[in-house]
Design a protein. Structure first.
Length: 229
């Protein structure tokens, strides 16, 4: 499995010194080079150092703001794109953390989510034993080595609201129907979480394709999202 995924962590404490111009330019180039899950969906990503206070209490020198047109697949697309940037930042020695409750003041395209980033003021990596995740047996049927990377993907409040059915090289992907009490908070986030997990699967795939199939298995407690072929 990708070594970056094995040691990735969400960094919540940062050195508040702003990054130098050359480093920020590398981040901008990475933003320009990301591969979207759905190329036909318009989105934009902005770098800022100002954002409304998050209830998470995370303070960072820089933030990425993600915007998208609202259409089917838009939130999965943002998760897929954003996680590419998050892993790039880690590989560059920088920390990052998804912020689901932060929000900018003014937007053009609908705002979706933010990501804090900068020089970490805490350990940048963690051992795989430190991941608090459900065992694979609870989130999948069948067997596919790529699902361990999906299991380690970051997700809202560590709810891990995904489920996978592996069958003959395909991975059918589902999001669990949210608890009514948490549904308002987690519904949109579960789409983003799926996009994040899909990028982890993509990094482990020789040839990655994702689309909906008409004959995918049905799970009564889940919503079918699409199939990795």
């Amino acid at each position: 499995m990708n070594e970056i995924i094995r040691k990735r962590k969400s960094v919540r404490k940062y050195d508040m010194t702003e990054l130098d111009t050359a480093t920020l330019e590398k981040v901008r180039k990475q933003i320009e080079s990301v591969v979207p899950l759905y190329p036909d969906i318009r989105y934009s990503i902005e770098i800022t150092n100002k954002i409304k206070t998050s209830i998470t209490g995370v303070k960072a020198p820089h933030f990425l703001l993600f915007f998208t047109e609202e259409k089917e697949g838009a939130y999965e697309n943002i998760g897929f794109i954003g996680q590419q940037i998050g892993l790039f930042l880690l590989e560059a020695g920088l920390g990052s953390c998804w912020l689901g409750v932060a929000k900018p003041k003014d937007t053009t395209l609908p705002y979706v989510i933010a990501m804090a980033f900068g020089k970490p003021d805490e350990p940048l990596h963690r051992d795989i034993s430190e991941f608090k995740r459900k065992p694979l047996a609870e989130i999948r049927e069948g067997s596919d080595d790529r699902l361990e990377a999906a299991r380690l993907a970051p997700n809202a409040v560590n709810a891990q609201n995904w489920y996978f059915i592996a069958d003959s090289g395909k991975i059918h992907c589902y999001r669990k129907k949210p608890n009514p009490l948490l549904g308002f908070i987690l519904n949109n986030m579960s789409y983003i979480d799926m996009g994040i997990a899909l990028w982890h699967i993509a990094t482990e795939s020789v040839d990655f394709r994702f689309a909906k199939e008409t004959n995918a298995p049905v799970r009564k407690d889940c919503v079918y999202m699409g199939t990795v072929d």
